[in-house]
Design a binder for this molecule. Sequence first.
Ligand code: COA
Length: 235
Amino acid sequence: MTAACELNPWMADLARVKQAMFHPADLRDKWRILVYWLTNFRHSLPICRFMKRSAFLKTMNQHIVIRDETPEDVRAITGVTVAAFATLEISQHTEQFIIEALRAAGALTISLVAELEGRVVGHIAFSPLNMPDGAGGWFGLGPVSVLPEYQRQGIGGALIREGLARLQSLGAKGCCLVGHPEYYRQFGFVNPQGLGHEGVPPEVFFALSFDGDVPQGMVKFHEAFMADGSATSNK
Ligand SMILES: CC(C)(COP(=O)(O)OP(=O)(O)OC[C@H]1O[C@@H](n2cnc3c(N)ncnc32)[C@H](O)[C@@H]1OP(=O)(O)O)[C@@H](O)C(=O)NCCC(=O)NCCS
């Protein structure tokens, strides 16, 4: 047993835990042994990291505030957007101009920021879509951004869920977006049959219908999505 344990530290840990678990003095205190095992042995490191990350996210999410943008947030929103898209190869790096153009056109139906301890760390925009049947009630999601150092901590998800809830409370029929093929399904988005956007591969075009009806044809995002900063720099 000793040799086996020297060869296999995991087995040694297990043997120690077994011994301790069935020792009469410790039978009453299995919980403490389990905690000791989880926090002291090498093989439990991934579990500990997971627990630490969950605890960190739980603590952090308690401090995240998702709220409407205010005029004071405009500069920070630009900063978050520029930073988030800076290293994204498929980006044209015009997202900050799109947000500005949507705002100037009065087409930022919903513009939410994620604030952490007074700092804007994320942003999401929703704007009206031109649907193929001319019907209203559908909105485009995006751009959505989280500062690189705060990504993958649930902030983007919180912004999207809150934005979709707000859309529904406005009586919206649905929402479309162009985005990462893997990210948006968790929020209920699907690659819709018969609905798309010209020039956009179907696998990156997503729709979420709130009433189950999916219009057929090609949608158009607001013309502000053509903004490239030239209008701003000419001023
Ligand atoms: C996309 C973005 C808004 C997501 O925000 P976030 O706070 O990082 O996302 P969340 O923490 O809510 O979600 C994390 C989970 O979503 C998935 N995910 C996040 N970003 C992803 C990406 N770029 N591609 C695929 N899956 C992604 C992963 O499953 C991840 O879980 P994991 O960390 O366990 O792997 C953020 O990463 C970002 O600003 N990216 C740069 C700008 C951008 O790409 N915007 C969207 C354009 S379509």
